[in-house]
Design a protein. Sequence first.
Length: 131
Amino acid sequence: MTRLAVLALALVSLVPVSAAQDVSGKWSGSFIMTRPDGSLNNDRIFLDLKQVKTEITGTAGPSAERQWPIKSGKVEGGKAIFEVQSDGPLITFTLAITDGRLKGDAAAEQEGKKLSAKVDAERVKQGADAP
């Protein structure tokens, strides 16, 4: 191997993996909840996330005005995993970081009934308000 190729490999190995998966910023998208009876509720989600190394902090909720703090969060294996204490149940999010989107599942339990939702969010463009 040439010295240049060895140097290039060494530099690439110094770049942290999580840098390519930084979720910091504002995200908005769909939150499609499946109720215990199987019916669907189409709603919105708005996330304001900050990532430092693999730790995620910030807020999440149905709009930019109605937010709840993230209790614990991390980026692991290409996924953003965090919990949010809503006005009701604790919601656990497991969102894959793919193609510049956060996609995946949210799950909660309320009064012994399991609730689930599909999440699909994209970054809010700077200067744009969340829908």
